[in-house]
Design a protein around this ligand. Structure first.
Ligand SMILES: Nc1ncnc2c1ncn2[C@@H]1O[C@H](COP(=O)(O)OP(=O)(O)OP(=O)(O)O)[C@@H](O)[C@H]1O
Length: 456
């Protein structure tokens, strides 16, 4: 495959993955070489390589095979002598898009802040039980009024929206209070700037710069754990700003008290304001997030249809991490548009097999049967047995429905485990419950309760 051919394939990919994904992930790929059936692309960072490989690897291979059918594998690497940025100082790739580069306080003498992602706004943030407190607190800070809690400390597991909320605060403040000097940066970038100032003997400038900030947001503060002099400087910056009644927002992957190798005085400072937890997403929030993303995908992929039940399936089956959920949807749209096919449950199962396997909760058919029979107070033998009276038949159908939703077992397999029934019986049962859950509030409630119990 030649560079020219790759240039043409890229244009094909633009149509397939949409312009945002293209600019983020495909455009930076540089064809390096082809040998032994492997095509190698240079990528700016390992993160980019991993992300592209996971989400677009198959798609790229498919396109490459249209001109070079002998290629079996696509490989991504960061060139050793690269003219690319070193990993530690590289901003997160999602923020590297030119369109997303909001210059927050980039002027001479001010803190060079990290660019903001234009997707991370309050409008695009879906609120549910697990994140409502964090969202409310972020909204309050974004009003730019008098400081009521300092700092706001947001914490939670990977991909639950901490960065999104911080960017949303920055966007909102920029439009409401353009007079304020708002700075968002990662703890890693804070350290990098600190080390640079030390090296260039510009510590006074560094201190002055940070002390002139009105709102300081530091993401992933756990990064400075164990880095003594950075911690020391962070502590002084923090105190100076709090003393001047300037707002600080901090995020971390765990609560302040649980960050190891963080000085106690910093921990206690971090706990002084409002500490809020972003809980793992629940089914409703996942579904809400998927729905809002689909609304936006519709613009990128006009005409691409999605069958009923696909979003519910994804919300049930994919883990709590929203980034994984988004990645799955992106891949699904890209594939469906490539094959020119409606997005069906089968397509989703095929194209997301690896993600589904990785987040499988390993719930067994037996467990479901046991729970359902307990719930409806019938004997397990009656659930599996031949009797067709409603008292047994309905719970049986509920159990079949849950088996289809919550396990990766096929219909024939489920049928076998329900006393050797045919797969069409299972199909009928699943369909019936799917209809009933929209019509019958009791069934909907039973399903919800059972699902929660089974998921533990
Ligand atoms: N409630 C939500 N509504 C819409 N999108 C969300 C929500 N929560 C998270 N996301 C999306 O999920 C992705 C991951 O979120 P984000 O980067 O903010 O996570 P994080 O908590 O900072 O994770 P990490 O610890 O890995 O930095 C982003 O694309 C973000 O837009």
């Amino acid at each position: 495959m030649t560079k020219e051919q790759w240039g043409q394939l890229k244009q094909e990919l633009l149509g397939t993955v949409g312009k945002h994904n293209f600019a983020n992930w495909i455009e930076p790929l540089e064809l390096s070489d082809v040998s032994d059936g492997v095509v190698t692309f240079n990528v700016p960072t390992t993160f980019t390589g991993n992300y592209v490989s996971r989400n677009f690897g198959d798609l790229i291979l498919f396109q490459v095979n249209t001109v070079s059918p002998e290629i079996r594998r696509v490989h991504f690497r960061v060139p050793a002598n690269g003219n690319v940025r070193p990993e530690p100082s590289a901003p997160k790739p999602r923020a590297a898009r030119p369109a997303a580069q909001a210059a927050v306080s980039q002027a001479e003498g001010q803190v060079p802040a990290a660019p903001l992602d234009d997707r991370f706004t309050f409008d695009n943030f879906v609120v549910g039980k697990p994140n409502e407190l964090a969202h409310a607190a972020a909204r309050r800070v974004a009003e730019g009024g008098p400081v009521t809690f300092n700092p706001l400390f947001l914490y939670g597991g990977v991909g639950l929206g901490k960065t999104h909320l911080m960017h949303a605060i920055a966007w909102e403040l920029q439009s409401k209070r353009p007079d304020l000097n708002v700075v968002y940066l990662s703890a890693e970038q804070f350290m990098y700037r600190f080390v640079q100032a030390l090296r260039d003997r510009k510590m006074m400038d560094f201190k002055e710069m940070f002390r002139s900030v009105d709102v300081l947001m530091v993401d992933d503060v756990q990064f400075i754990a164990g880095k003594d002099s950075t911690q020391e400087e962070f502590f002084h910056t923090f105190n100076a700003l709090v003393d001047q009644n300037k707002q600080i927002v901090i995020s971390a992957d765990r609560a302040p008290g649980e960050i190891e190798n963080l000085e106690d005085r910093i921990k206690s400072r971090l706990q002084c304001g409002l500490v809020v937890d972003l809980h793992p997403t629940d089914y409703e929030l996942r579904l809400g997030i998927l729905q809002s993303k689909v609304d936006r995908f519709r613009n990128d992929y006009p005409g691409l249809q999605m069958a009923d039940g696909v979003l519910e399936f994804l919300a049930h089956r994919i883990s709590t991490n929203v980034r994984v959920l988004e990645g799955a949807l992106t891949r699904l749209y890209a594939f469906a548009s490539l094959v020119g096919h409606e997005i069906t449950l089968e397509l989703a199962q095929d194209c997301l097999a690896d993600i589904l396997r990785a987040s499988e909760r390993k719930i067994s058919i037996e467990e479901i049967q046991r729970q359902v029979s307990e719930h409806y107070n019938i004997r397990l033998s009656d659930m599996i047995g031949p009797k067709r009276v409603r008292t047994f038949a309905r719970p049986r159908q509920v159990a079949m429905y849950l088996c289809k939703q919550m396990t990766s077992r096929s219909l024939p397999e489920i049928g076998r485990r329900f006393g050797g029934r045919d797969h069409t019986t299972v199909m009928h049962g699943v369909k019936r419950i799917d209809e009933l859950r929209h019509q019958d509030a009791q069934i909907a409630e039973d399903l919800e309760l059972l699902r929660r119990t089974l998921e533990g």
